[in-house]
Design a protein around this ligand. Structure first.
Ligand SMILES: [Zn+2]
Ligand SMILES: [Zn+2]
Length: 287
């Protein structure tokens, strides 16, 4: 595609990002060397921004022995985030990707099939994995009590998507809220865990005091598009009248059709937030 043509389709403030390097993926399985400089004298980009975050992760490791999110085997204490062979099994989203939702495309195109036909309210989004390659792992993370996977998942999102969030100039990470009754039953909100780990690497604050889920919605995966929209109407409520943020990124675990992100975006726009982006752990593969 020509450069000029590509720039034209970025009027909404999005930006095509450089292709991720495979060497970045390799780093995800290793412990970070805090503050160590690379061969060019630059500091490595995986150091922690927050000491508190480091302490929380250390405590977390003591309470919940770190497990490989793919095979679920216990890893050596504070040595690894994932088995090296399991890292090979996860498919990361690579270019070409949809310029709106970030879905991986089989061939070079601006938008995926869905985004070419549907207008989204958010500006741009990105996801880390192809859902199919990490589905059972994400299922255990979400429904199987494996909250410790957040360490690998959140860290991976910070390493792979942190730079993008800085370019977006986001002021806060806003996890997709779950209903309080679901939170009580599950014990945690997986999107919030991801946001907290990302925050500890990027220094971008997590805000859970802005938006909440006010009614228990049926699981989106069981519904068609029309039902999804109805399901999401009035699903969220704004918690404060002085939001005072202009740019935020919504953090989610799985991006499916974007209905949830759009519903939240509509509410956030009404509360005065101008620019809304999203970042998710996984997304389906596109056409
Ligand atoms: Zn493994
Ligand atoms: Zn798309």
């Amino acid at each position: 595609m020509e450069q000029g043509k590509r720039r034209d389709c970025l009027k909404d403030g999005g930006a095509r990002l450089p292709q991720m390097q495979y060497s970045q993926f390799r780093k995800l399985g290793e412990m970070e060397k805090r503050g160590k400089k690379d061969g060019n004298g630059r500091k490595q980009d995986v150091k922690r921004e927050s000491v508190t975050g480091f302490c929380i992760e250390w405590m977390w490791d003591l309470l919940f022995p770190r497990r490989c999110p793919v095979c679920d085997g216990v890893l050596r204490f504070r040595k690894e985030y994932i088995c090296p062979e399991c890292l090979e099994k996860i498919k990361f989203i690579r270019e070409p990707a949809c310029m709106k939702c970030g879905k991986g495309l089989r061939e070079e195109a601006e938008y995926c099939y869905d985004c070419a036909r549907k207008k989204h309210l958010y500006i741009q989004g990105a996801a880390l994995f192809e859902y199919g390659s990490a589905a059972s792992s994400i299922y255990r993370f979400k429904y199987g009590g494996r909250q410790e996977y957040a360490v690998f998942f959140g860290r991976s999102m910070a390493v792979m998507l942190g730079e993008r969030m800085r370019r977006w100039r986001v002021q806060a990470l806003v996890p997709v809220p779950i209903h309080v009754s679901r939170l009580r039953k599950r014990g945690y909100n997986q999107a919030q865990l991801l946001a907290e780990v990302i925050s500890s690497y990027t220094g971008i604050p997590v805000r859970t005091d802005i938006i909440a889920r006010q009614k228990k919605t049926a699981p989106q995966k069981e519904l068609d598009e029309k039902q999804r929209q109805n399901n999401l109407k009035r699903a969220f409520k704004i918690l404060r009248n002085d939001v005072k943020l202009s740019t935020i990124v919504i953090i989610d675990d799985i991006y499916t059709t974007g209905s949830t992100i759009d519903a939240m975006t509509a509410m956030l726009h009404a509360a005065g937030v101008e620019k809304v982006y999203y970042a998710a752990l996984a997304i389906g593969s596109g056409l």
